[in-house]
Design a binder for this molecule. Structure first.
Ligand code: SF4
Length: 172
């Protein structure tokens, strides 16, 4: 099976205050559900979910989310960069596909961290700079890895106690 894509589209997102980027969304032309546990085994920090069935990981500096027949890569600046990034990701997936026989699949699912545990470590000023309406909404998204800590401008000091505690809670 060779994995290909179609229907690449860019969706604008707020990255950091004062800057914008895009997420590249594309359709996968075959169902890669069976491949997800193999990706989980290969990628050092992957987050594998069963409902809905998808996997989230970093590849070459991009946050990647793969569903059975859909992929998302974040953050890209333009369509050319998106095509290059998606092309490399598909090469990676096709390589895993060809090596499946020699890889032991990892079916371990990721357990999200409770939003309230995260919320207690946030600035809790609801400034919306992260693009979420409240710190609690951001906490919920962080717990399921739909966003990243550095999206909040108040969480950039690596020596701050709450930042260290959050990294521990989220597994780095
Ligand atoms: S998480 Fe950070 S950026 Fe988002 S609303 Fe709270 S303080 Fe503001």
């Amino acid at each position: 099976m060779s994995i290909n894509y179609s229907d690449l589209a860019l969706e604008q997102i707020a990255c950091h205050p004062g800057s914008v980027g895009f997420r590249a969304v594309f359709k996968l032309l075959c169902d890669i559900s069976d491949l997800l546990p193999y990706i989980n085994a290969i990628v050092e920090k992957a987050y594998y979910f069963d409902s809905p069935h998808y996997i989230k990981f970093e590849y070459e500096g991009y946050r990647c989310v793969l569903y059975a027949q859909k992929g998302i890569m974040t953050v890209v600046d333009n369509e050319e960069q998106a095509r290059t990034a998606v092309g490399k990701l598909l090469e990676f997936l096709n390589d895993i596909e060809t090596r499946k026989e020699s890889i032991t699949p990892d079916h371990t699912m990721y357990s999200p961290v409770s939003a309230f545990s995260i919320y207690k470590l946030l600035p809790r000023n609801n400034c919306k700079a992260c693009g979420f309406p409240t710190c609690m909404a951001f906490a919920g998204a962080l717990g399921t890895r739909e966003t990243d800590m550095d999206v909040c401008p108040e969480l950039v000091d690596p020596n701050a106690e709450n930042v260290i505690a959050l990294k521990d809670l989220l597994g780095g």
